[in-house]
Ligand binder design. Sequence first.
Ligand code: PLP
Length: 359
Amino acid sequence: MSRVYNFSAGPAVLPESVLQEAADEMLDYRGTGMSVMEMSHRSKAYQQIIDEAEADLRTLMGIPDNYKVLFMQGGASQQFAMIPMNLMKNKVADYIITGQWAKKAYQEAKMYGQANAVASSADKTFSYIPDCSDLPISENADYVYICENNTIYGTKFWKLPNTKGKDLVSDVSSCFLSEPVDVTKYGMIYGGVQKNIGPAGVVIAIIREDLITEDVLPGTPTMLRYKTHADNGSMYNTPPAYGIYICGKVFKWLLRNGGLAEMKAYNEKKAAILYDYLDSSRLFHGTVVKKDRSLMNVPFVTGDADQDAKFVKAATEAGFVNLKGHRTVGGMRASIYNAMPIEGVKALVGFMEKYEKTI
Ligand SMILES: *Cc1c(COP(=O)(O)O)cnc(C)c1O
């Protein structure tokens, strides 16, 4: 067996010990004689898996009792519609456009009501986070929407916007569980899990209880109502059972490793190794305004598309894979999520230093 250093933006690297545990339990989950994949979601064994997953997530994030935790399907993209369908009571919402994912959410919301783009960093290819201290927040906005970590462009909101009292809805797909979070600052936090938590197919939403009501836009399908999932413990229908089981293992891995404060310190250490090198390199350059840099997704370029392609090829051959930048921006991107070991980042920088000397 040989494992590579996988810098994929998602689906992405998972902790090796989690994969090993899943492998050990594949044929016989704890004496049940079956895999979790083969198990009724109504069984006692599965109920325990999903209950523990929720409890561990609540512990990790310090989720208050008046927030529901929902495990759903459809990825983060399905939330782009579910959010307006469920939360746009006045049919008005304000969106901050810091990249492609925020833009997609905004465009989707426009189908259901008045979505306003109250700030954007499109003018500089989303390489920074706009000043959000005094935005023209709509008086009757149902919520203010952000994408907190911009997976493609490598920026992060290090300070949440001033929403002037409106509920904040945040897509944290690519920074989920990468640092401690004050859940009370949000009306809703959600993310697809395939970036930092588990296998694609699960989306987790943490929603303040009072936002989950019967009062949804007319025609909202049963499966797209938060209340349906909240009232049924995320098991109105068959949940993405195996995916949730893996998420649960990752929660336990995080708890074993000191929780989110520890994870943040580790992520800062890892990212600093890469950013410090990029700041000193003559060949490679980061593309993002320094103060807005993500700890999770690190885009960089040489400034020459052919050189970028040559580097990606050489890196791949050396066992550093999925470094090609997003198809819309080119260059390179190293995604260094929780499960990327510091050794992987050190080895990548070592490789880049050597490569630079050959140019
Ligand atoms: C990947 C990603 C999405 C889309 O996720 P899907 O699960 O593929 O729908 C949305 N938002 C962010 C921030 C992402 O990184």
